[in-house]
Design a protein around this ligand. Structure first.
Ligand code: ATP
Length: 239
C-alpha cells in the first residue's frame, strides 16, 4: 500500500543555515512513524519543511501520492496535513469551542458541517466539552494539549504531525495521549510523532526514523532489534 505521507530527500533550514540536509521518511495509513533524534537534530525543522512553514530547498513531499511540495502551508493543510506545533498550544483568550472552530479555518465548512465537527470533537474529548465556553487559557496544560490536537483533528486530516506532545505533561495525561494516538491510528489516520520521550515514542509507533545532524541514521520497524542501538548512538552524537 502506498504511504499517505511520503517525504523524499528533503533539505532546508533557516536562511543560509541548512539544518535538514537529507531526510527521507514515510507514514502509512493507520500507522505511526516516530521521528527521533537528540536536541537540535532537526526534528522540528523537518516537520516545518513538511508542513510548508519553512521553504524546501530540495526534495519532495507527497500526500496520498500527490506532490504538494510547491503548495503553501494552508494549502497543504487543506490537502489533509495537520501539524500540532510544540508548545504553541491554543489561543488562550478564545473559548474552547472557538479554538476547535479555528481548526477548520482552511475549508470554512457550512453551519451544519461546522456543528458536526464541533460535536465530533466534544464526543472524543468529553473533558473539553465540559469547558466548552471557558477561555482555553484556563485549562490545564494537559487539556490545552488535547485541545490543540482537537483543533487539528477538526480539519479531518489524513496525516497528523505531533511535535513533542508529552512535554511538561503529568503521567496520567501522557497515558491519555498514548491511548488517543492509538485510537487515531485505528481510525486510519497516519501519524508522524516527534518525541523526546523515546519509550513513549517507540512504545506506540509502528515505524521509526532516527535523525542526526539533519540526516537519517536509522529507518525501520519501531520494534526492530537494532533500533535501541541506533537511538543510543544518535543521542550520544556518535554519528
Ligand atoms: P529540539 O528537540 O531541541 O526541538 P530538534 O531536533 O527539533 O530539537 P530543530 O528545532 O529542528 O531541532 O533545530 C535544529 C537546529 O536548527 C538547531 O541547531 C537550532 O538551533 C536551529 N534552529 C531552530 N530554529 C531556528 C530558527 N528559527 N533560526 C535559526 N536556527 C534555528
Amino acid at each position: 500500500m502506498s504511504p499517505v505521507l511520503e517525504v523524499r530527500s528533503i533539505a532546508g533550514g533557516y536562511g543560509d543555515l541548512r539544518v535538514v540536509r537529507d531526510v527521507t521518511l514515510s507514514v502509512q495509513r493507520g500507522k505511526i512513524t516516530a521521528l527521533l533524534g537528540r536536541n537540535g537534530a532537526g526534528k522540528t525543522t523537518t516537520l516545518r519543511l513538511i508542513s510548508g512553514l519553512n521553504r524546501l530547498e530540495s526534495g519532495e513531499v507527497l500526500l496520498d501520492g500527490r506532490d504538494v511540495s510547491r503548495l503553501s502551508a494552508p494549502k497543504r493543510a487543506r490537502s489533509g496535513l495537520a501539524y500540532v506545533q510544540e508548545g504553541k498550544r491554543v489561543f488562550r483568550e478564545r473559548t474552547v469551542r472557538e479554538n476547535i472552530v479555528l481548526g477548520t479555518y482552511a475549508e470554512r465548512p457550512s453551519g451544519a458541517q461546522l456543528a458536526a465537527r464541533v460535536d465530533e470533537a466534544f464526543e472524543r474529548f468529553p473533558a473539553l466539552a465540559a469547558k466548552r465556553d471557558s477561555p482555553a487559557g484556563l485549562l490545564s496544560g494537559g487539556q490545552q494539549q488535547m485541545l490543540a490536537i482537537a483543533q487539528a483533528l477538526a480539519a479531518r486530516p489524513r496525516v497528523l504531525m505531533l511535535d513533542e506532545p508529552t512535554t511538561g505533561l503529568a503521567p496520567t495525561i501522557v497515558d491519555e495521549l498514548f491511548d488517543l494516538v492509538q485510537a487515531l491510528r485505528s481510525e486510519g489516520l497516519g501519524v508522524l510523532l516527534v518525541e523526546q520521550a523515546v519509550d513513549f515514542s517507540l512504545g506506540v509507533a509502528d515505524d521509526a526514523v532516527v535523525i542526526n545532524l539533519g540526516g537519517v541514521v536509522f529507518r525501520g520497524a519501531a520494534d526492530a532489534p537494532d533500533v535501541g542501538a541506533a537511538v543510543e548512538a544518535a543521542y550520544m552524537g556518535a554519528h
